[in-house]
Design a protein around this ligand. Structure first.
Ligand SMILES: [Zn+2]
Length: 421
């Protein structure tokens, strides 16, 4: 079987983005298989078992906790499995392995006795040549080209119907905790889809987008015509998915750094999304499911619950990612000059502005004071609000946040951009 998979020239520069064409050059037509069984592994003895058939991915769920990682051998590929997480935790990614080649033998070594539930998946492969069709000049905040689910999902069971739309205030960054060297990205995405739908029982793949190490972006959860795909509520954030868009980088960023290509695609994707939603990269909002706590517009999975995801290295890069997105946003043409406050009829306009703007709460007069802070959280200006207030900030170009406060302490805030002439 021809196993060529070429994702070339997709993201040659940050400004020139190719439109793809897709040509299916070979197709496997077997069905998806999902088998499971329980194993007891004795301490310090390698358990080797021949499987009935070939599988492409495997999930381990630990029934008895162990402090030492378990070593797994699939064909000649060695993997470490975290055995300190019991059962179905919010993020079992680190225990899900997509094998580089289909495997039919399994060897496990554990320093201590351990009982595990094993789920094996066979996801038939398809091979595509994905060719750059034409290049067009794009602005800084246009939607990057993605591979749609109708392409990468071919030959697999359709996702369930029934979608929920959500207004996104938070882009949540994940990693798969998978291989950093496997370049068969199409196969990896397909196996994750099978894992999420067949094993987790989810309607569709959990993420809104997946980004490969070479910068290729896959659109994840199928919008099924309900709303834009980036406003479809996924399953990725500790059961607190409303208001979020999930983006997952293929690879393990506890053990290595993301590639520049993947980070570039992540920056482009988030810049487009934040621009579309009129959000600043430095803003934070009350997350409806997060127990009244604020969550950044760009956050990691770990900001929602205890998980390794998105890995120490990628988590440490989030402040730099916010800077890159903010730089890109500053070059974008505003999609709207007015902002409708989420919690009131208050309008801040124009946005961006030259340092002079109005806060219009006519005919209501909900908020009585305002505080303007810079991206470092330093207070730049405070004052009182009438129902219609002109504010002359005399501040320099940059992103700022205005916080509006009522007499009884209720707070609303909005980000805005000053572009001094
Ligand atoms: Zn995650």
């Amino acid at each position: 079987m021809l196993r060529t998979l070429i994702f070339s020239l997709l993201f040659s520069t940050s400004f020139l983005v190719a439109q793809n064409s897709y040509a299916q050059i070979a197709s496997g037509d077997s069905t998806v298989i999902h088998d499971f069984f329980t194993l007891k592994v004795a301490a310090k003895k390698t358990l080797s078992t021949k499987l009935y058939r070939k599988y492409t991915s495997i999930l381990f769920q630990v029934k008895s906790e162990s402090s030492t990682p378990m070593r797994v051998l699939l064909n000649n590929e060695t993997y470490n499995v975290n055995t300190s997480i019991l059962g179905e935790e919010a993020d079992a990614n680190s225990n899900f392995i997509v094998s580089q080649q289909p495997f039919s033998t399994l060897s496990i070594f554990s320093a201590s006795e351990i009982e595990i539930e094993v789920e094996c998946f066979y996801t038939p492969s398809i091979d595509y040549l994905i060719l750059p069709l034409k290049k067009k000049k794009q602005g800084n905040c246009e939607k990057p080209t993605t591979i749609p689910p109708s392409i990468w999902r071919q030959g697999l069971p359709e996702p369930k119907t029934g979608r929920a739309a959500t207004t996104v205030n938070h882009c949540i960054v994940h990693h798969t905790a998978g291989s950093n060297t496997d370049t068969n990205y199409l196969n990896i995405v397909r196996n994750i889809y099978v894992y999420h739908t067949q094993s987790n029982g989810w309607d569709d793949i959990g993420y809104n987008y997946l980004i490969a190490q070479d910068g290729t972006i896959f659109s994840g959860r199928d919008a099924q015509g309900l709303a834009d795909e980036d406003n479809i509520q996924g399953a990725h954030f500790c059961g607190k998915n409303s208001g979020t868009m999930g983006v997952c980088l293929l690879g393990n960023y506890n053990t290595s750094q993301p590639t520049p290509s993947a980070l570039q695609s992540l920056t482009t994707l988030l810049s487009w999304k934040l621009h579309k939603e009129n959000l600043s990269a430095y803003d934070s909002f009350l997350h409806p499911d997060a127990g009244g706590s604020y969550l950044s517009t760009i956050a990691g999975h770990r900001h929602g619950c205890a998980t390794e995801c998105p890995g120490d290295h990628l988590l440490a890069l989030l402040p730099a990612l916010r800077d890159s997105v903010s730089n890109q946003l500053a070059k974008c043409i505003p999609s709207s000059i007015t902002l409708q406050d989420q919690n009131s009829a208050t309008l801040l306009y124009p946005n961006p502005n030259t340092g002079i703007f109005w806060i219009d709460q006519y005919p209501n007069h909900t908020y009585s004071t305002y505080t303007i802070t810079n991206t470092l959280g330093q207070v730049m200006l405070t004052g009182k609000l009438s129902s219609f207030t002109k504010i002359n900030t005399q501040l320099q170009t940059g992103f700022y946040r205005v916080e509006l406060r009522t007499e009884n302490g209720q707070v609303s805030h909005k980000s805005f951009l000053i572009q001094s002439n």
